[in-house]
Design a protein around this ligand. Structure first.
Ligand SMILES: [Zn+2]
Length: 290
């Protein structure tokens, strides 16, 4: 008899782990015929429903001579009777009585509670995604710096003490392989907060140049990057920490990262300004050429 876990999954991906031994706690056949497998501990990065910036790892679960490719890996939550996933999760993280779990979706049944599995993450995808994620954080800090003089009022500051354009305007952030795409809405509410969009399109090439110069300076320092964790459970708070010259930057982040900025090669961005139903949209594409 399999019962749903009452404790969050222990996660090892924040420190860069790509393989581990685990015990199957639960598995359930999903309506689409695939199976949801829950482990006590995993190194597979799941996509988060609330802020799905970094996608799932590609991975295999080995048991004996058999193996199950992980088709998808998503955050789930359970009250002990039902397993909810993605947008169906009805409660916030850390809600008492609920466990937040990493759901490994595999295409065939066969794994049972108590089975020992070896979890193996595709290192190539993990590495390039980690580079994309680190580059994304750096680029948003550089963007905040390049846009700092456009704020006419005091607003909240980022980890470098600059007006936090990224935090205030971000609409969507998508991490890819050695790349990321950030979309910002420059709508009425942002302008009310004091952000000036005047002449932004004309200034974009100059802003781009200034961001790229900042990025080059940071990457040259080969500053160390690490993840600080309040604990090793899925819902424990984690922070991206990077020792930039003169200051150590700390940003809440649930993703994976490279260990130093030198591993990014050359980081550069391109900016584009569009309009969606009357609202200006700024898109920043970031690339790490490694
Ligand atoms: Zn992040």
């Amino acid at each position: 008899m399999m019962t749903l876990p009452t404790k969050d999954t222990t996660v090892l991906y924040p420190n860069g782990t790509v393989d581990t031994q685990s015990t199957v706690l639960y598995s359930e056949v999903l309506p689409d015929g695939r199976s949801a497998v829950l482990l006590d501990v995993t190194c597979v990065h799941p996509v988060d429903a609330g802020w799905p910036d970094q996608g799932p790892d590609i991975a295999l679960l080995h048991h004996g001579a058999a193996f199950w490719p992980v088709d998808d890996c998503i955050v789930g939550a359970t009250d002990g009777t039902t397993l909810f996933t993605g947008a169906d999760i009805p409660v916030a993280k850390k809600t008492p009585g609920w466990a937040f779990v990493v759901v490994h979706v595999v295409d065939a049944a066969g794994l049972n509670a108590g089975d020992t599995v070896t979890v193996e993450v595709d290192e190539g995808l993990r590495d390039s995604t980690s580079a994309g994620h680190t580059a994304c954080h750096l680029a948003s800090l550089a963007l905040n710096g390049a846009l700092a003089d456009r704020w006419k009022k005091e607003v909240r500051l980022d980890a470098l003490g600059q007006p936090d354009f990224d935090g205030l305007a971000i609409d969507e952030s998508l991490i890819g392989q050695n790349a990321s795409v950030d979309t910002y809405r420059l709508g009425k509410s942002l302008r009310k907060k004091g952000f000036s969009v005047e002449g932004l399109a004309a200034a974009a090439p100059e802003i781009e140049t200034s961001i790229n110069a900042m990025l080059a300076e940071w990457v040259t320092t080969d500053a160390a990057v690490r993840i600080d964790c309040d604990g090793d459970l899925l819902t424990d708070r984690r922070y991206w920490v990077c020792d930039l010259p003169g200051t150590s930057v700390r940003i809440p982040c649930g993703g994976t990262h490279v260990r130093s900025l030198g591993m990014l090669g050359t980081v550069s961005v391109t900016l584009s300004l569009d309009e969606l139903e009357g609202t200006p949209i700024l898109t920043m594409n970031t690339f790490a050429s490694r």
